[in-house]
Each structure stands twice: as structure tokens, then as C-alpha cells.
Design a protein around this ligand. Structure first.
Ligand SMILES: Nc1ncnc2c1ncn2[C@@H]1O[C@H](COP(=O)(O)OP(=O)(O)OP(=O)(O)O)[C@@H](O)[C@H]1O
Length: 694
């Protein structure tokens, strides 16, 4: 295996650390409101909207009922204490029974309100998770976020932030609604008892809110950073688990521990600042809460002494006063929670903007930058041929054509390959060589549509027998009848559609989490065995969009392999023994740990022999194999009629390829400059000798 070759492995497991802790500006209130609306609104007009709205209405109705019950308790309390003060035992027993009855009837309403609220929040979260995941995976956005380090920890945003967003948003909506109803109900009571008390309370709470907003102004930012730093620390620990063997070989424990402790101490420092800010706010809120407790009794007591009111009214006014104080002081009491929630809104809003392409550090290249055109041409479609009804001979066997392609690194715009022209026809096996860092893997990235910076075009030729190039749902109108948004979506999909029948194989194959069968079927077929179906959640709480809908094949017409096919292909790549070693096809292991790199590479070849693509792009995919095994695999894919383009450094590879593309490091700025050559292998003296000697 060549030692210093990162290759396509980078595409799947390479970690680009998130952007450093920049000093963040506190988001302004309009931005927070805009982001809140943008994140919260889609669910309520989604396909689950009927259920969502009905459930929301019932939660609000139950909340209303609980407020009614609270008001009832307030009056019951008044009569209860009056009976007590009047030493009226008969009335007291009656009131006690009323109280008990009210408890028995009222408490279930409180419990049901909480249950309905929590189930609605879960449903909302399920929908949001699916909505965000779809957009995260659409157009390879996950790859761009990771490879260009645009925002930190998207995983944490999908898991933790969505969960706390839905539950907190619902919780706050109900709290504010409750407070409004409460305020109306109890204001009447308190105002009826003694109007000046009500006015004092109003002034007190407005002043308190203003002071707490001032004291807690740093909390939003500190909460945002806390989430980020905790997520960075957790991600660091995940990386240790993923790279345990490499770290153990390097004996890098000490370094890793220091690195993690540094990450933890950053989270710790931020948390200390957060605690100090919270403490200062707490000094104020506790004083605010308790200072005023005796005020209503003190103000109303003289009226009792002069016989104007009964004793129970003192209790009633204290209770009404506390209700109104709590309602008016929502921002004071909930400031910590509101600031934590604002941080969640900010993080999700930023993520949402990014997924929509409206983020300031746009995922795409700068607006005026050039792009490589990426086309799929279907030569099975009769409309492909515009001349005389027959496809030109030289295009009949064409699989891939690159015209005047200049490839640049994303964002930085450094030219890697200049003015490349290349055609790959059926059985034209191409070897790509060049010094490290010259852009070989980047060429594959461009062919996969992952990198588009540059100019020129790449055309893949498919043979779909007149079928549309895109999977079209039966409900989709033909292109001419689409509205503007649908047409844009169609063009966008076309832009990002992978070429049919093209397979990429990195040096370190990606091993999915699952069984040996799933490894073999990936990514062409999904595993939808009964066992998987049973274990997939499908309760009535989940919106239908979440239920089992993603278990579709991407295989088109390709027949799903049987167990015999799977066993045969494992034999073909000389991996027959792993079935007995790992007790059949359906046992789950962490395959990247239990198989050697060479075995993983052979398993990846088994995958492609099952999928039978027309063209494969191999990035040092046999680097961990001995020469006989390498030769064996190349012979198999050739016999299967698959055309391949390989990146490699080994001379033995000349044996299996018909031409070589040599890329050198790009140095000139001359627009007509080329930093590549293509030569047939047996006519190239150096290579020819190498071939002869191999
Ligand atoms: N995300 C990125 N943004 C900017 N530049 C990048 C990025 N990824 C790689 N590069 C740079 O692009 C250049 C080409 O990288 P590439 O991986 O294609 O090289 P390579 O020829 O495959 O090298 P090797 O033989 O070492 O695998 C390198 O100089 C690399 O540093």
C-alpha cells in the first residue's frame, strides 16, 4: 500500500474541523424572530398539518381548561378559609369535600395537557428530523458542509437542537397563552379587590423585565457557544472511537487526552462564564420574586381590620397577586430558558439558511465563479440523435467525455488540471497517474459532481431506452407544464443527478453499519428484510412521512441478488470464508474494525460485481492487496464487461489498462497550458518497458 495517499477516503471519513471559535455578535431580535418563524412554520402547513393543527387545538383547549380549574381553586380557597376563620365547621367540611372533588376532577386534566403537549412535540420533532435530514442529504450538502467547514456540528443541530426546539417552542407557546388567559382571569379578581395593588404590580413587573433583559444580555451568546463547545468535545470523543487503532499504533493517547481536555476546558470556561451571568441574574430574580410577596397581604389587611372584606379575601388577593405577578414576570422568570432557546433558534436558523442556500457563507461558489457543466446524455433515447436517425459510430460505445475541463479547488480556485480533453469508450481502461497532490482524486471528485469549480464540461452517456433521465413520479407533470419553482427544482435535480451506471470506489471503502448482506447490497439495494421492518418504529405518534418510506431500492431494473448470488460473489473475490467466520450473512459487526483493509477492498469489489455498473472509477482501490489478488480482481471486473478508470502508482497496474493519463502539478497561468498527457500504454516507452518487465 502506498503510504501517503489520502485518496477518496477523504470523501467519506475525513474530518475537517469546524471553523474556529469566532467572536460572535449577539443576534438581533428581528433576526431571531425571522429565524424562529422560518424554522417553526413549515410543519404546520406540511402533509401532517391536519393532525398537527387538531392536536395543537386540543392542547390549547386542555390548557384553557387547566386555567379554568386554577380560577375555580382560587374561589374554593377563598370560601375554605372563610369557613375556617368563621369557625363554621359544617361549611368547612362542605368546602373540604368540594376541594377534594375538584382535585379528583382537575388533576387528570393537568396530566392530559402535559401528555398531549409532549406527544405533539415528539410528532413535530419526527417531522422536522425527516425534513432536515432530507435537505442535509440533498445535493450532497452534507459533504459540502463537512469538506468546507462551513458550520460546526450539524449532527448536534439535527439531534439536540431540533429536540429542544420543538419541546421548548411548544412549552413557551402554552406558557404565554396560559399567562395571557391567567392574566385576564386574575386581573379582574385583583382589580375588583383593590385597584392600586394592580397598578403597583404592573409597574413592578415592567421595571423587573427591563432590568433582567439588561443583566442577561450575554446569555444568548454564551448559550450558543456552550452548545458548540460541548458538541466539539463530544465529537472529539467519537473520533477516538473511530480511530482507536491508529491512535493506539501511534501511542498517541497522551496527545489525544490533552487535546480532549483542552476541548473540555473550553466548554468548562464558557460554562463558568455562563454560570456567573446566571448567578448575577439570579440575584436579581430571587430578590424580585420574594421582595414583593408580603405586599398584597400588607395592603389588603387594613381593609380586613376595618371589616370591609372577609378573611378569605386576603388569601384570594395573595393568590391572584401571585398569578398576575408570574404572568407579568414571564420574561424575568424564564430569562435563562429564553436565552437558551434563542441560542437554539440561532443555531437551527443558521443551519436552515445553509440548507436553503441563503446563508451568508454560501455553500456554493461565489456567485460569479465559473462551473464545470455536468451532463447526462441518454443515447438510448431516440431524441438524442438530432441528425439522421442513427447514432454516430464513435459515440455508440462512449461512456464518458470530458471537454476542455479546467478543474480548480473549491473556494480557493487553485487550478489543478488545465484544459483536459478525454474520452472513455467501452472497454477503454484508463490509468491515472501523477505526483501526490497533483489532483488525481480531485478529478474523480469532479466526475462524481462533488467539485464543480472550473470550466468545460463532463458528459456521461447512458442507455435508458427512451426513459427519462430522472426518476419521475406519476404525479409530476412534464417539464413544459411545470411552474417556475418546480422547473428550478427539476434543473437543480438534474444538476446534481449522479450519472447512471457509474460507481466510485475509494481506497478505504465505506463500511455501512449493518450486516454482511447490507455491506454487499450497499448502495444499490436497501435491506428491507422482515427483521428490519419490524424493528422500525411506526407508532401512531410518528407522522406518515417518517414511516418506512426510505426503504426503497435505487437499483432501477437490476434484479435483487439472491443469497446464492451473494455467496458466489464472495467466492469470486476470495472472501468465501468470511461467511462462516462471521456466522452467516445476517450478523452485524463493525466491519471496518473486524476486516483487514485488503478484505474491505475485496468486499467493495464484491459490491460492484453485484451492481454491474458500466463504468467504475477506482481510487487506489487495490492498494492494500497483494499482486495476485489485485490481478484476480481486475480480471473479474474486465470479464464482467465493466470499464474502469483507476488511480494508482503501482507499475503492475499497467497490465490491466489500455492507456494512461499522466497529470503533473499545474504551474503555468497561460490559458492554453495543459498539465496532462494521454498515451496508449504499450506505445509508451517507459510504460511499455515496465509493462514488458511486469
Ligand atoms: N477541500 C479542499 N479545498 C481546497 N483544496 C483541497 C481540498 N482538498 C484537497 N485539496 C488540495 O487539492 C490538491 C489535489 O488534491 P488530490 O487529493 O486531488 O491529490 P492527489 O493527486 O489525489 O494526491 P495523492 O496522490 O496524494 O492522493 C492538493 O494540493 C490538496 O491539498
Amino acid at each position: 500500500m502506498s503510504p501517503s495517499i489520502p485518496s477518496l477516503h477523504a470523501l467519506v471519513s475525513h474530518y475537517c474541523s469546524p471553523s474556529p471559535d469566532e467572536a460572535r455578535e449577539n443576534p438581533d431580535i428581528p433576526t431571531l424572530f425571522r429565524r424562529f418563524w422560518k424554522v417553526a412554520a413549515p410543519y404546520w402547513s406540511s402533509e401532517d398539518k391536519t393532525q398537527a393543527r387538531l392536536r395543537l387545538a386540543s392542547v390549547f383547549a386542555l390548557t384553557l381548561a387547566t386555567t379554568g380549574i386554577s380560577v375555580g381553586f382560587n374561589f374554593l380557597g377563598r370560601d375554605f378559609y372563610n369557613a375556617l376563620a368563621n369557625k363554621d365547621q359544617e361549611q368547612f367540611t362542605k368546602q373540604l369535600l368540594y376541594y377534594l372533588g375538584a382535585f379528583a376532577g382537575g388533576i387528570p386534566v393537568f396530566v392530559l395537557r402535559d401528555y398531549s403537549k409532549d406527544t405533539l412535540s415528539l410528532r413535530w420533532r419526527s417531522w422536522m428530523t425527516s425534513y432536515y435530514m432530507r435537505r442535509y442529504f440533498k445535493n450532497q450538502t452534507f459533504y459540502k458542509i463537512q469538506s468546507q467547514s462551513i458550520i460546526d456540528n450539524p449532527d448536534q443541530r439535527i439531534v439536540d437542537d431540533l429536540s429542544s426546539f420543538t419541546s421548548t417552542a411548544l412549552g413557551f407557546a402554552l406558557t404565554f397563552f396560559n399567562a395571557a388567559i391567567d392574566l385576564i382571569s386574575f386581573s379582574n379578581i385583583l382589580y375588583g379587590i383593590y385597584p392600586p395593588l394592580f397598578i403597583v404590580l404592573l409597574v413592578y413587573s415592567i421595571g423587573g423585565t427591563a432590568i433582567s433583559v439588561y443583566l442577561g444580555k450575554d446569555l444568548v451568546n454564551l448559550n450558543f457557544m456552550q452548545e458548540k463547545k460541548e458538541a466539539d468535545f463530544r465529537y472529539g470523543l467519537v473520533r477516538i472511537r473511530e480511530n482507536a487503532e491508529s491512535i493506539a499504533f501511534y501511542a498517541g493517547e497522551e496527545n489525544e487526552m490533552q487535546l480532549l481536555l483542552r476541548r473540555f476546558s473550553r466548554a468548562f470556561e464558557n460554562l463558568s462564564k455562563l454560570l456567573i451571568s446566571s448567578r448575577n441574574l439570579d440575584f436579581f430574580t430571587s430578590g424580585y420574586r420574594y421582595l414583593i410577596q408580603i405586599l398584597p397581604a400588607a395592603v389588603v389587611a387594613p381593609m380586613y381590620f376595618s371589616g370591609k372584606i372577609e378573611f378569605g379575601v386576603i388569601n384570594q388577593s395573595v393568590s391572584a397577586f401571585n398569578h398576575i405577578l408570574t404572568d407579568f414576570s414571564l420574561i424575568v422568570y424564564q430569562f435563562q430558558a429564553i436565552s437558551a432557546f434563542s441560542a437554539v433558534i440561532d443555531r437551527l436558523g443558521e443551519f436552515d439558511d445553509l440548507l436553503d442556500g441563503t446563508h451568508s457563507s454560501d455553500l456554493l461558489e461565489p456567485e460569479n465563479s465559473l462551473e464545470i457543466d455536468f451532463l447526462n446524455r441518454n443515447i438510448g433515447d431516440p431524441s438524442f440523435d438530432q441528425s439522421n436517425g442513427s447514432i454516430p459510430l464513435d459515440e455508440r460505445h462512449r461512456l464518458l467525455e470530458i471537454k476542455n475541463m479546467t478543474l480548480q479547488t473549491p473556494r480557493t480556485g487553485r487550478t489543478l488540471i488545465a484544459n483536459l480533453n478525454l474520452e472513455i469508450n467501452n472497454k477503454d481502461h484508463l490509468l491515472v497517474m501523477g505526483p501526490s497532490g497533483s489532483g488525481k482524486t480531485s478529478l474523480l471528485r469532479a466526475l462524481a459532481g462533488l467539485w464543480r469549480s472550473g470550466s468545460g464540461n463532463i458528459t456521461f452517456f447512458t442507455r435508458d431506452n427512451g426513459q427519462s433521465q430522472l426518476p419521475v413520479s406519476p404525479d409530476t407533470p412534464p417539464p413544459g407544464l411545470l411552474n417556475e419553482a418546480e422547473e428550478n427544482e427539476r434543473i437543480e435535480n438534474l444538476r446534481y443527478k449522479r450519472a447512471e451506471g457509474v460507481f466510485f470506489l475509494p481506497q478505504r471503502p465505506y463500511m455501512v453499519l449493518g450486516t454482511l448482506r447490507e455491506q454487499l447490497l450497499y448502495p444499490t439495494w436497501s435491506e428491507d428484510s422482515p427483521a428490519t421492518l419490524q424493528s422500525t418504529p411506526s407508532s401512531d405518534i410518528l407522522p406518515s412521512s417518517m414511516q418506512l418510506e426510505n426503504l426503497q431500492d435505487t437499483s432501477g431494473d437490476l434484479k435483487r441478488p439472491t443469497d446464492d448470488d451473494l455467496l458466489r460473489v464472495l467466492q469470486d473475490v476470495r472472501l468465501g470464508d468470511i461467511v462462516s467466520r462471521f456466522k452467516g450473512l445476517d450478523t452485524t459487526y463493525d466491519w471496518s474494525c473486524v476486516l483487514s483493509l485488503g478484505e474491505q477492498q475485496r468486499l467493495a469489489f464484491a459490491r460492484l460485481l453485484l451492481s454491474r455498473p458500466r463504468l467504475i472509477l477506482l481510487d487506489e482501490s487495490t492498494s492494500a492487496l497483494d499482486e495476485p489478488n489485485e490481478a484476480h480482481l481486475y480480471r473479474h471486473i474486465e470479464a464482467a464487461g465493466i470499464t474502469y478508470v483507476s488511480i494508482g502508482h503501482r507499475r503492475t497496474l499497467f497490465n490491466f489498462h489500455s492507456k494512461v493519463l499522466y497529470i503533473s502539478k499545474s504551474e503555468s497561468v497561460d490559458p492554453s497550458y495543459r498539465n496532462w498527457t494521454i498515451e496508449p500504454i504499450n506505445q509508451t516507452s517507459d510504460y511499455g518497458q515496465a509493462k514488458a518487465s511486469s
